[in-house]
Design a protein around this ligand. Structure first.
Ligand code: OXD
Ligand code: MN
Length: 594
């Protein structure tokens, strides 16, 4: 019995437009999940994987043209184009009604319309928020059950008159010509049509928890960020919580679930989240964060016993794999997992052998798995108050230029480091892979409003509490390469060494030295014991080349200029100060030249 009149009337209105054969209200129960899985096994939407090695695991093969987020078809629908800002595609609400709404007309004829209430965030948390997704895809429903707290629990949170974010989704005819992902930040509403892919179709994730939530955070004084959340425990049992923003497919899941190489010295990692963080100021003046999700929608390729053993343990059961390959004995496989199987079916179901010229798994193939199955899941994962954040990391994928780690001089400089992040593109979105693009705070595709205002909001959050209560801000880069293109830093479990320096800094212990771009670790500040890394390599990893950075400030200038007078002056001041410091660093070298 639905007690919420607003919800009931919206569902009636949508049904009148989409004309489904039937309507199913989802309660999130195990029995419902089982029934939907069985139905999809019958229609071939899901394929059963080897239930002995992978109990409760299934494979879904998506349409080959529907394998990643489609940023060029993603719109922010505000009355004024200016409010969406220069980094978002814009569509007026009137145009959306004219161009996109008709695509929902009769779209669910012959299909079931599922009503999926879901909660983003832990049960009972003041930060948690309710969304309702209406969808005609049972694949979306079962993924939503893993990725959110779905069903009855959300209805209870909602009560009879609570607020919820409306999300309407139809796979339509899956044609990219009729694919739109529209966000209405003012109305807190989402329309998505023509795609079944995760980030386009699981509306709780990017659409609500980032694009709509970022606008809610601006209005209500909190932050919705593309960040992992993790705790690092030291041998004394003290846990320091970090939040880290990296662009899609740049290792957030690996870092969040890291098995530290220094485990035998008593360090441990506690995973709180791998993709999204909602952060607010607590009564104690510190930043507190929750992970609004309850599952992982991770990138499969490259995930292995070496790179992320905790992820492999997580996805051994109750996991939906999308667009991976399947071996003859029906086990999921992807590039980087292990030795290739002698024979397999590739992500499109075609016969594949190691001699095949194409990849077996799609580069953006994914797993959807419950967070609680992760061996390193934090005991605070379900905590309504969240975790207190001591440090924020911004990281990109940069083969050149950016050092392994650098600390901001303070909050304002830290916001500048986040705002000037740039990274090489990956397969998580359609388009060219490997080109450097600006991706401030890893939010370029996910900020639901003008990014100049977003930077101002970050600066404002820093003014709301005492400076010593603010998280310290760092920039990291695991991806620097040598002249042959080989990674200089071993990464993965060894990243703990960088985190320990960061934690030392937070706790007032670590040694640092000034550089034009921020504070670098001193030569011996990062513990390299037991790691075969010549000092010359460490020097390269921490090297800051003023001439190259000066060139980078030109990129930064061009990027900042796009935001016109909505670009906060404080960030222009940081830009000018950086140039000053770089020019000063270059001066002696220039005067020594003949
Ligand atoms: C994701 C993404 O799916 O960032 O998390 O694309
Ligand atoms: Mn992401």
């Amino acid at each position: 019995m639905i007690r919420h009149a607003g919800l009931k009337s919206w569902v009636d209105e949508v049904a009148a437009t989409t004309q489904p054969d039937q309507i199913e209200w989802c309660d999130g129960s195990e029995a419902e999940y089982r029934r939907l899985i069985d139905g999809m096994l019958k229609t071939g939407t899901l394929i059963e994987l080897n239930q002995e090695t992978h109990p409760g695991c299934y494979l879904h093969r998506s349409h080959p043209s529907d394998v990643a987020r489609t940023e060029h078809l993603t719109f922010i629908c505000t009355e004024s184009r200016e409010d969406a800002g220069p980094t978002n595609n814009w569509m007026s609400p009137a145009e959306a009604r004219q161009r996109v709404w008709p695509l929902f007309q009769g779209a669910m004829r012959g299909r079931t319309m599922y009503v999926v209430p879901y909660l983003m965030g832990p049960v009972g948390s003041p930060m948690s928020k309710v969304g309702v997704e209406i969808t005609d895809s049972p694949y979306v429903v079962v993924n939503m059950r893993t990725m959110t707290r779905m069903g009855q629990v959300a209805l209870e949170h909602l009560g009879s008159d609570g607020f919820f974010v409306k999300g309407l989704h139809s796979i339509g005819d899956l044609s990219p010509e009729r694919r739109f992902i529209c966000h209405f930040p003012k109305e807190r509403e989402i329309w998505s049509v023509g795609s079944g892919y995760g980030g386009n179709a699981l509306l709780g994730k990017k659409c609500f928890a980032l694009r709509i939530a970022s606008a809610m955070g601006r209005d209500e004084g909190w932050l919705a960020e593309h960040m992992l959340l993790m705790g690092v425990e030291d041998p004394r049992g003290e846990i320091t919580y970090l939040a880290a923003a990296f662009p899609s497919a740049c290792g957030k899941t690996n870092l969040a679930m890291m098995v530290p190489s220094l485990q035998d010295r008593g360090y441990r990692v506690h995973t709180v989240g791998d993709d999204i963080a909602w952060m607010r100021l607590g009564e104690d003046g510190r930043f507190w964060a929750i992970n609004p999700e309850s599952g992982f929608f991770g990138v499969a390729p490259g995930t292995s016993e070496k790179t992320n053993p905790n992820a492999l343990a997580t996805i051994r059961r109750n996991t939906i794999f999308t667009n991976v390959a399947m071996s003859r004995d029906r086990q999921p496989w992807w590039e980087g997992l292990s030795e290739p199987p002698a024979e397999a079916l590739d992500w499109q179901g075609r016969p594949w052998t190691p001699a095949s010229p194409t990849k077996a798994a799609h580069p953006n193939s994914r797993f959807t798995a419950p967070a609680v199955q992760c061996p390193s899941i934090s005991k605070e994962f379900d905590s309504p108050r969240g975790v207190p954040i001591s440090a924020i990391l911004f990281g990109g994928r940069r083969a050149r230029l950016a050092p392994l780690v650098v600390e901001a001089r303070g909050w304002q400089h830290g916001v500048f480091l986040g705002a000037t992040m740039a990274s090489e593109t990956t397969a998580a979105a359609t388009g060219e892979v490997g080109v450097v693009r600006n991706d401030p705070m890893a939010m370029l595709p996910f900020c639901g409003y003008h990014m100049g205002d977003y930077f101002a909001h970050w600066l404002d959050m820093g003014r709301r509490t005492a400076p010593e209560k603010l998280p310290r801000i760092f920039q990291v880069n695991w991806f620097r390469t040598d002249e042959q293109g080989r990674f200089l830093w071993p990464g993965f479990g060894e990243n703990i060494r960088v985190l320990l320096w960061i934690i030392d800094r937070v706790r007032g212990r670590g040694e640092a030295v000034e550089s034009p771009i921020g504070l670098l670790p001193t030569r011996n500040a990062i513990d390299l014991r037991g790691l075969d890394l010549p000092p010359s390599v460490m020097d390269k990893l921490l090297h800051v080349e003023p001439a190259d950075w000066l060139e980078e400030t030109e990129r930064q200038r061009a990027f900042f200029q796009r935001f016109g007078d909505r670009m906060p002056k404080a960030l222009w001041q940081e830009h000018a100060a950086l140039r000053e410091r770089l020019l000063a660093a270059l001066r002696p070298a220039q005067s020594a030249a003949p």
